[in-house]
Structure formats: structure tokens, C-alpha cells
Write a protein that binds this ligand. Structure first.
Ligand SMILES: Cc1cc2nc3c(=O)[nH]c(=O)nc-3n(C[C@H](O)[C@H](O)[C@H](O)COP(=O)(O)OP(=O)(O)OC[C@H]3O[C@@H](n4cnc5c(N)ncnc54)[C@H](O)[C@@H]3O)c2cc1C
Length: 465
């Protein structure tokens, strides 16, 4: 065996796929604990409604993901919802407020007072904040308090997290680097924009528009399903094969699993942070921390018949200060075709998250009742839902909180010390599908080149509501 991959979620499947492309003669085996591949990606179709138990989509602005779609033929299947055509809302003072899709437009819109806008511009003169500030501390220091509810909504939508605990160096390392190198985020962004304009003039390139949210007619489950199609069960992927321990052997790595032991030259841990740490702690006992917090959510899918309508757009998010039951809701039947039967709508409400784990213990009927009560105050929903389903995702979302930057450095050092060891997956260098595909591609390239794993330079990512 050339490479053993632990974990058959998107991260592990993508490494296997890329290795097949880059090193066709090599033998690769995925060891997956559960009875199916795909990890937290799981679409749920029932009674003509199509909801998601995990991710709802990914943006088409990541070259590695676009290449993966082309290589698998999924680019011909995918469905897209361009951000330029779909607005989002933030719940403020008990009503939905439409949010423009880019930070400059947000600043120009009448969402905050003229004085607060001047305070945002004062960022140009604010000194970099030392240490490991939380997102809320950092935003308030740089831009003032007026943007806090909107930033809260962003991190509720992406991490189901608490921006008073997430650290800026963990969740936006690229922006933090701009702050450190240019002394101000705005100054750094202006420099980047100038550079991009120069590059475009010299290459004659076109201006990039806003990206589009991408999924598939049968839901996000199609992505791992397609990747798993080229893996033969029992030969290239072993299901129900949880890995118990990892260690070094003379020729590389040895792994003890529920189905016996396996050896290979390279070992890829394609796992969320916590299962990785569980395996690493016997092998590398000096862990800086034994686990990271996770935010779990439930998705409550609700279908309504004729008479109920949704506002145009993707959905809304509610910052904590609004004290609502739902973190927000996706207007699923607006986003992609065939999510609901004709003349029906589907919305998916999100509940729980880092701040309200106690809500996950509620039974299905109570969750639906509370969610409906909340949604009816914001949306024109008529009558009772014709369909209601509580989906409880398998995994939680790793929270990049205090100590995370040190954990990431420790991981990098471990990979440098141990030839052939690659640690990536949910929470290592990001939490989104694009992050996973990007780092999986880099792992496969490092294996091909027989070089050690290296972290990509932190990129500045757009913030899209
Ligand atoms: C509710 C939710 C909503 C999300 N929404 C979005 C979204 O809209 N857009 C977006 O871009 N991203 C979203 N994400 C994030 C995205 O789903 C993840 O980035 C991605 O799916 C992680 O893939 P992974 O393979 O790294 O991890 P996982 O999907 O967790 O897969 C890891 C696999 O490893 C297996 N495993 C664990 N331990 C062992 C062991 N000891 N031995 C063998 N196998 C093991 C597990 O069974 C699992 O199959 C969401 C995540 C969640 C949970």
C-alpha cells in the first residue's frame, strides 16, 4: 500500500481522487468508520422535498474545487445560485433587513449611522491588536461596535459559532495577515485591489463578479457519491472500519483498525480535528490541547403549500442580541430547483449552535413548534406546514477558539518531523467544503512530489452573507 487514508468524508475522498489523477499506479486505501462514505454531507429527500442534513452548497470561487468538478464530470450536473441575484437578510430589531453582498456596499448602505461609518474608516489609523483576540474584540477595536451584529450574523451562519469565543487568527488568518503587514485591513485591501487592477491591465483579464452558490439536482450528497463511485468497496475503501491506533513501522506507518492492521508508506488523517487528536494522542503525547469545542446544530425542514411565500433571496441570519429561537433559515426552494413540489416552498431553519446546545436536547415536536413560532413573526407563512422534518447532522462544526493557532503550529511541526504523515480535514485550516478540497489537493500533490506537508499562505477570503 502506498497511502492509507483515514476517513471517507469529502477530505479523504478528494485525496484519493487526486492521487488517482496524479499518481495512477499507486495503491491507496480509505478506512472509513461508518457504513457509508461522505461524512457529514448527507441529503434528505422525502415527499417531494429535498433538504440537507449537512452542507447546503459551496461557492464557485475556488480553483481546486472547480477542477475537481471538471475531473469528475460534476461540472455538467451542478446547479448554481449566483450571489449577485440572491440577497440575504439579517434579523435586526425583530424584522428582516436586506444586506448587500459585499463589505463596501454594506458600508454604503443605511445599515449603520453616518458616525459609525466614519468610525469604520478610522480603522486606517488603528494599531494592530496584539495577542489572540476574539473576533468580537478585534472587530470592535478596528471598526467600532456598529458592525458587531452583522459580524455576529456572519459567524453564526458559517460556524454556528460565538464570535466572543472564535479567534480572529483562527477564522480569518488572511485578514489578520493584512492587518499585520499593512498596519490596517483597509490599507491592505486597497493595496490588494491596486495590485489586482495592475495584474488585470497587464494580462487583459476580466473583472471577477460575485461567486455563485453551487449544489446538485439531488443535493450535496451527489458530491461524495460521485467521488466514491471510483472506489471499489473492499479493495479501495473499507467501510465499518474505524481506526483504533496509528504508529510507525519500518517501511512507514502501521494502523490498527476494526478490520485488522494495515501498513503504508504514507498516512493521511482526513478527519475532523477531534477524531484526529484522539488518534494522535498516543502517538504524539505532547498535545497542546486534547480537543476543540464543536458546535452542533439541527436543521428543521419545513414545507408549505400554496399561499405561503418567501422573500426573494437565500435566507436570513439572526445575531444573538435578537434572542430568537432559530439561528436563521435558508429559503431552500428559492436557491435551487426541485427542492419542493410545485406551488410549494421549502425553508430550512437552523437551531442550536455554540451558544444554545441545550436546544438540541428538545424532542422533534417541540423543536418544530418553537421554530414555527419564531419564523411566523418574520415570514408570511400561511397555515400549518405540509411537511416538517428535524434533521440531526452527525457531526459538529469545529470551533477555532483560544489556543487554535498553537494547535495548528503543533500539527505543522508534527508533519515536518514525521515523513509521510499528513493531517488535514474538517477544522484544520478552515471548515468549508472549498477549504477541504483545497487542502486535500495540496496533500495529494505533496505525496506525488514526495515532499513534506506544508500549509498554504493564508488567503484573504471574501465575506458573503
Ligand atoms: C451541519 C453542517 C453544515 C455545513 N454547511 C456547510 C456549507 O453550507 N458549506 C460549506 O462549504 N461547508 C459546510 N459545512 C462543512 C463541510 O461539511 C465540511 O467542511 C466537510 O464536509 C468536512 O469533510 P471531512 O471529510 O473533512 O470531515 P467529515 O465529513 O466529518 O468526514 C470524516 C469521516 O471520517 C470518519 N471517521 C472518524 N473517525 C474515524 C476513525 N477513527 N477511523 C475511520 N474513520 C473515521 C467519519 O465517519 C467520517 O465519515 C457544514 C458542516 C456541518 C456539520
Amino acid at each position: 500500500m502506498d497511502t492509507l487514508i483515514i476517513g471517507g468524508g469529502l477530505s479523504g475522498l478528494t485525496v484519493a481522487h487526486k492521487l488517482q489523477q496524479l499518481c495512477p499506479g499507486q495503491q491507496t486505501l480509505i478506512l472509513e468508520k461508518s457504513d457509508r462514505a461522505g461524512g457529514v454531507i448527507w441529503s434528505h429527500a422525502e415527499n417531494g422535498f429535498l433538504a440537507e442534513n449537512g452542507p447546503h452548497g459551496f461557492l464557485d470561487n475556488c480553483p481546486e474545487s472547480q477542477l475537481l468538478l471538471q475531473e469528475t464530470g460534476l461540472d455538467r450536473e451542478c446547479v448554481k445560485a449566483p450571489l449577485s441575484k440572491f440577497v440575504r437578510y439579517v434579523c435586526m430589531n425583530g424584522a428582516l433587513r436586506c444586506i448587500p453582498q459585499s463589505p463596501p456596499k454594506i458600508i454604503l448602505a443605511p445599515l449603520i449611522s453616518p458616525l459609525a461609518k466614519l468610525r469604520v474608516l478610522a480603522e486606517l489609523f488603528k494599531k494592530p491588536l496584539a495577542g489572540e483576540p476574539t473576533v468580537a474584540q478585534w472587530v470592535e477595536h478596528r471598526f467600532g461596535p456598529a458592525l458587531l451584529p452583522y459580524v455576529d450574523a456572519v459567524f453564526t451562519g458559517t460556524y454556528a459559532g460565538d464570535f466572543n469565543r472564535l479567534v480572529i487568527d483562527g477564522v480569518m488568518p488572511g485578514v489578520r495577515r493584512l492587518e499585520m503587514t499593512h498596519g490596517s485591513v483597509l490599507r491592505g485591501l486597497f493595496a490588494k485591489m491596486k495590485q489586482a487592477r495592475q495584474d488585470k491591465t497587464s494580462t487583459g483579464g476580466k473583472k471577477k463578479g460575485l461567486p455563485a452558490m453551487t449544489s446538485f439536482p439531488g443535493g450535496m450528497g451527489r458530491l461524495p457519491e460521485r467521488l466514491a463511485e471510483s472506489r471499489q468497496a473492499g479493495r479501495d475503501i473499507l467501510l465499518n472500519c474505524g481506526v483504533l491506533t496509528i504508529g510507525k513501522s519500518q517501511s512507514g506507518w502501521v494502523v490498527e483498525s476494526e478490520q485488522g492492521s494495515h501498513e503504508a508508506r504514507n498516512l493521511v488523517l482526513a478527519l475532523p480535528i477531534n477524531p484526529s487528536l484522539d488518534l494522535l494522542h498516543t502517538f504524539a503525547p505532547r498535545l497542546p490541547q486534547s480537543s476543540v469545542p464543536e458546535a452542533k446544530i439541527v436543521t428543521i425542514a419545513m414545507g408549505f403549500g400554496p399561499g405561503s411565500t418567501l422573500p426573494p433571496g437565500f435566507g436570513y441570519l439572526a445575531p444573538e442580541q435578537e434572542q430568537r429561537f432559530c439561528l436563521g433559515a435558508l429559503f431552500s426552494s428559492n436557491m435551487f430547483p426541485a427542492r419542493a413540489p410545485r406551488d410549494h416552498i421549502l425553508l430550512e431553519a437552523l437551531v442550536g449552535g455554540r451558544r444554545h446546545p441545550e436546544r438540541l436536547d428538545l424532542d422533534d415536536a417541540t423543536l418544530i413548534r418553537h421554530a414555527l413560532q419564531d419564523l411566523r413573526q418574520l415570514l408570511p407563512l400561511q397555515g400549518d406546514p405540509v411537511y416538517a422534518k428535524v434533521l440531526r447532522p452527525k457531526g459538529g462544526i469545529p470551533q477555532l477558539e483560544a489556543g487554535y493557532p498553537a494547535l495548528l503550529n503543533w500539527r505543522d511541526q508534527l508533519m515536518q518531523e514525521h515523513q509521510g504523515l499528513f493531517i488535514h480535514g474538517f477544522g484544520w485550516e478552515g471548515i468549508g467544503l472549498n477549504d477541504m478540497i483545497k487542502s486535500a489537493t495540496r496533500v495529494a500533490e505533496s505525496i506525488k512530489e514526495n515532499s513534506g506537508a506544508a500549509r498554504d499562505e493564508a488567503a484573504v477570503k471574501g465575506i458573503y452573507f
